[in-house]
Design a protein around this ligand. Structure first.
Ligand code: UD1
Length: 339
């Protein structure tokens, strides 16, 4: 199949392209490089030995987007392109609504015009808000606490409406838990702008000496050691989840929603200690106040994806840390580290 990957130069997108290539799909990428670099695609090509056709513009550019559909026979779209920083979304909500919501609506309009009605959508466990209990299954109530999360939930709802109006669409919504780790080659990985917001990239930068110490946001949660518990999933497992979703799409199966997680929760301190084992150093940390909007525990019940997509995560925390560490040491400045 020919797959259009929006946001394909990003962290999850780049890993997904490798899995798509392995499964013999042709890949076309559209990405405005607002939070990614072309270097990632160069390295994807080097890893998979296959070419990626690349268009450098935003999905908001309707005319140019139509051009892609005119010149290529697209079977399915995997839609990653979106802004994703929670704090920034609180400060600049309109930037988030414009890019994420208008971008998705534009993409869906163009797909509709060219009669391409298959889409895999990149959603997030953030749509569960503060869950009533764990593990979380797909039927849990949805609620969000910030504009970023609201865009993910709205995009899910837009897709539901599109499907209700025309059931020829085939839609898979994937709710990711916490993607971490990197490709085994150490050539592609997560490359956050500035100081990382998320735990694993922050720990990696402490380990490589770029940051002094980890601030653990709260040690008084009702969890195993008082620190926040999350379901960290290796990005390569997550990437492969998209290949499994594509198989579902060819089944003409309508609209389906799946959690992609491991089903296991790790606390901040457990994650830190796993990383220490991977990098062979003790890492400095201090306990800091809770971060606004954080919840105690969040982990998936991933059984539906196992049952219906025949997918499950196979890489454990040790592998996540070893792979994240390899990427960090080989590329201390991310893609700017050069060849
Ligand atoms: C965060 C976002 C979530 C988004 C996801 C994308 C917030 C509130 N939530 O999820 O909406 O979908 O990233 O990847 O930003 N922690 C520390 N010190 C740090 C960083 C994190 O102790 O420097 C703790 C957090 O309190 C949390 C855990 O580590 O308990 C994981 O944090 P993070 O990696 O930011 O992910 P989430 O908060 O789960």
């Amino acid at each position: 199949m020919t797959i259009l990957v929006t946001g394909g130069a990003g962290y999850i997108g780049s890993h997904t392209i490798i899995e798509l290539h392995k499964a013999n799909h042709e890949v076309i990428v559209v990405d405005d490089l607002s939070n990614s670099s072309k270097e990632s695609l160069k390295r994807v090509e080097e890893i998979s030995g296959k070419q990626v056709k690349f268009y450098n513009f935003s999905v908001l550019n309707k005319d140019k987007l139509k051009g892609i559909f005119k010149t290529n026979k697209i079977d399915t779209v995997i839609h990653f392109a979106a802004f994703k920083a929670v704090g920034e979304s609180v400060a600049f909500p309109l930037k988030y609504y414009h890019n994420n919501i208008s971008g998705t609506v534009t993409l869906l309009e163009v797909m509709s015009e060219f009669n391409v009605k298959n889409i895999v959508f990149s959603s997030s466990a953030t749509v569960y808000g503060d869950p009533a209990r764990v593990p979380i299954d797909e039927s849990f109530a949805l609620s969000v606490t910030n504009p970023y999360g609201r865009t993910k939930l709205m995009m899910e709802e837009i897709l539901q409406d599109v499907y209700r109006a025309d059931n020829k669409w085939n839609i898979v919504i994937l709710r990711y838990f916490n993607p971490v780790g990197a490709h085994k080659s150490g050539r592609i990985g997560e490359d956050p702008n500035g100081i990382p917001n998320n735990l694993m990239p922050f720990i990696s930068q402490v380990a490589v000496g770029k940051l002094k110490e980890l601030a653990v946001f709260g040690d008084d949660y009702n969890t195993v050691d008082g620190t926040g518990v999350r379901d960290y999933i290796h990005v390569v497992d997550l990437a492969y989840g998209h290949v499994s979703a594509l198989k579902k799409i060819t089944d003409n199966s309508g609209l389906n929603i799946y959690n992609l997680g491991t089903g296991k929760g790790y606390s901040v301190l457990e994650t830190l200690h796993a990383f220490e084992a991977a990098c062979g150093k003790k890492l400095k940390y201090k306990v800091a106040p809770r971060r606004a909007g954080d919840i105690a525990s969040c982990y998936a019940l991933p059984d539906k994806a196992k049952r219906e997509l025949d997918w499950q995560a196979t890489r454990n925390m040790e592998e996540m840390c070893i792979d994240a560490w390899r990427w960090q040491t080989n590329n201390p400045e991310g893609y700017k580290s050069g060849k």
